[in-house]
Design a protein around this ligand. Sequence first.
Ligand code: PAF
Length: 283
Amino acid sequence: MQQISDITPLREIRRKWQNDGKTIAFVPTMGNLHKGHLHLVEQAKEHADIVVVSIFVNPLQFGPDEDLASYPRTMEQDMAALEALGVDVLFTPKADDIYSRGLEKQTFVEVPGLSYMICGASRPGHFRGVATIVCKLFNMVQPNMAFFGEKDFQQLQVIKAMVTDLSMNLQIFGVPTVREHDGLAMSSRNNYLTESERQKAPALYSCLQKLSENIQLGRRDFSRLIHQSTEELAEAGFTVDYIDIRSVESLLSPGHEETELVILGAAFLGKTRLIDNIQVTLE
Ligand code: PAF
């Protein structure tokens, strides 16, 4: 595996791959890799000749009171894991190169609508930061395809919308969430949980599963279901940000005829914000 931090050598090797007729898959990450990330890499390897992974903790997607400074950075372990999987290039750009004119002057990409609801309402500017960095990384790596986890469901929809709206020439793959044995969705932020919080954490997924079962049994009183789940999670020790039932593509509240739904949840255990979701297809 080659580690590249500068854009010039990345473009050179990219040109060589293109001349050799190779297809390129890209997995953007912020590092602290867990099995969920490694599963994205495995999927990428199945679909393309070359796999590029980036590690960049993107300051533009963190709010002023969020965990940018404490976000876990584990470069040595990450490199060993990627090397073992046979990744071709690890791209580790520096913040000063990525945002060379400074964060305040940075041109940004914003996907309206999708970026402002649900997580976007709680984390203003977050999806602008995500869309901007992902667009920049796509411009640098110029992949044929890119892989994102479905755990960050809204992020995936924002990126798909950006790719469509900006006529970007690549395919986006969403990859199902990888879970711990007790159902907790894998996430770098799980590292923040104390032992007792970790024990409570799977209740978020259980709550979404229960909602999904109720909907599949025919319940359509969504507001009531959401209210009940919110209360149950609060009783289990969570501070609930939102529980919601949305239409998969638009992430708007579903109409009566809608068959493709997603149940989304975000809740704090102490200072740690967990998110999860389940997709439901109605008969
Ligand atoms: O999902 C993530 O880790 C990040 O939001 C991403 C897509 C790498 C952009 O910084």
